[in-house]
Design a protein around this ligand. Structure first.
Ligand SMILES: NC(=O)c1ccc[n+]([C@@H]2O[C@H](COP(=O)([O-])OP(=O)(O)OC[C@H]3O[C@@H](n4cnc5c(N)ncnc54)[C@H](OP(=O)(O)O)[C@@H]3O)[C@@H](O)[C@H]2O)c1
Length: 428
């Protein structure tokens, strides 16, 4: 991350830092109005717990409620039979409040036992809605006390990517297991530190790749690996959407220090991880191009569009396309010698589709409710802790993907294909 650790910015595309641009000697007061004067900045300033324009600090701070969010009117609790794994959720943003905490209430083996937030109103709402005592609502400053809190077994980190490594290491230092959101971190070096901390603490580390627990993706993998489309030869993935600085959760995503890059580590990672999940192999070479529009305040620090061609040991090739500046698209197509698997959408929270084409036959499959993926992921971590079993999406998978992201950025920057070793490090 350029702003924090010069020299460790391997996953980051080149370009000026917005933080440096706004605060640095060259930009200073003259540069600030470029962003701080936009309507988007006014929205952020008017409702923020952290009201400092569009420039967020690269440390944990409270943020406004996600737009449109409100806690359920009825209290939601599940009986604590003493056998459930206690979760502390760190960072109460859009994904934690809208998806993961409600899903936690529908699990078989998990219990919400604490939250960590910089916004006291969010903490109060969680206490009221989910029946947590006041001493289970931690501020970031009080986090280290969690080491003495036996209610907490797993710390689930739902912070911006640039804070994952720091808070994962803190959680391991407190003796807890860690579930960390994708993208695991902003550089392979950070991932390596997180894995080392997990090993030193003898605690488990899981990366939250939820689609490994999603019925449509699991069925697609079964079809592909089961030979239903013959030999898979070509994969196309798209992860496109339009980033919007007026949304609090897009502000950090366009800040290189907090995001580690643009569309690729945040959204394109679904295509990258999915290709490897479906094929059961990882690329041996990547070749990529990046576009970043000039004069667009969203893309002062991170890329807009990445197109990458990945070559796999079997000879299969993957076309990955990801963008923060084109209309929504979330698809995976796998073309084999005797058929095709299509998913559109492929990795949504619900409503995914799966079509199998073989010759003239077309089957639209319905392997189950997509929305079970969240609870299934949380229960997988809980079972691994309870039974000391291996994790399906471990830190090593997150590290592998960060290494490939680093190679994709390197290929685009240097305008050449980059070969990868079996551990996904760059060969040259
Ligand atoms: N697996 C998935 O499908 C999926 C989907 C969406 C997001 N995610 C991941 O979940 C994580 C959070 O994403 P999100 O969309 O929920 O983001 P978000 O809405 O912006 O929430 C992030 C939360 O982190 C906390 N935070 C602490 N320091 C911060 C800082 N310096 N800047 C910004 N926020 C800070 C704040 O919580 P408090 O106010 O409570 O302190 C904030 O509300 C990311 O790692 C993202 O990749 C995963």
């Amino acid at each position: 991350m350029t702003g924090k650790k010069p020299g460790s910015s391997a996953t980051n595309p080149p370009g000026p830092s917005r933080r440096a641009f706004l605060k640095g000697a060259a930009g200073g007061a003259m540069a600030a109005p470029l962003i701080a004067g936009t309507a988007a900045a006014e929205v952020i300033r008017s409702n923020g717990v952290q009201p400092a324009g569009t420039v967020l600090p690269d440390r944990a701070v409270g943020r406004p409620f996600p737009a449109g969010f409100s806690f359920p009117e009825q209290a939601v609790t599940i009986p604590n039979d003493g056998r459930r794994v206690g979760y502390a959720v760190v960072g109460l943003g859009s994904f934690a409040l809208n998806q993961m905490i409600p899903a936690l209430m529908g699990t078989d083996h998990c219990q919400l036992t604490a939250v960590v937030t910089g916004n006291p109103e969010k903490g109060a709402g969680i206490a009221r809605t989910y029946g947590l005592p006041q001493d289970a609502i931690y501020s970031y400053e009080r986090f280290d006390e969690i080491a003495n809190d036996d209610r907490v077994d797993v710390v689930y980190i739902v912070l911006p990517t640039g804070l994952h490594a720091e808070w994962t290491k803190k959680a391991f230092a407190a003796g807890k297991h860690v579930l960390v959101e994708k993208c695991m971190a902003t550089s392979p070096a950070e991932c390596e530190e997180m894995i080392a901390a997990s090993e030193a603490a003898n605690r488990k580390l899981m990366v939250a790749y939820r689609v490994h627990f999603e019925p449509y993706n699991m069925k697609a993998k079964e079809l592909i690996r089961g030979g239903e489309i013959g030999m898979p030869r070509m994969l196309h993935t798209t992860n496109h959407r339009v980033a919007d600085l007026s949304r609090p959760s897009d502000v950090w995503r366009l800040d290189r220090s907090l995001a580690g890059g643009g569309a690729l580590p945040d959204y394109g990672i679904y295509g990258l991880n999915g290709m490897q999940y479906f094929l059961g192999e990882q690329p041996v070479e990547v070749s990529a191009r990046i576009t970043t529009p000039a004069d667009d305040p969203r893309f002062l620090e991170v890329e807009d569009h990445v197109s990458a061609l990945l070559t796999f040991p079997s000879g299969a090739m993957g076309n990955l396309s990801t963008s923060y500046n084109t209309e929504n698209s979330n698809t995976i197509e796998v073309y084999g010698t005797q058929g095709r698997v299509s998913m559109d959408p492929a990795t949504f929270y619900g409503g995914n589709t799966l079509t199998l084409r073989q010759g003239r036959s077309t089957d639209r499959l319905d392997p189950g409710d997509s929305s079970v993926q969240f609870a299934a992921q949380l229960d997988h971590m809980a079972s691994a802790v309870l039974e000391d079993t291996p994790i399906l999406t471990p830190g090593e998978m997150g590290l592998r993907d960060c290494r490939i992201i680093e190679a994709i950025y390197t290929s685009a920057r240097e305008g050449r294909p980059v070969k990868l070793s079996p551990d996904a490090t760059m060969m040259e």
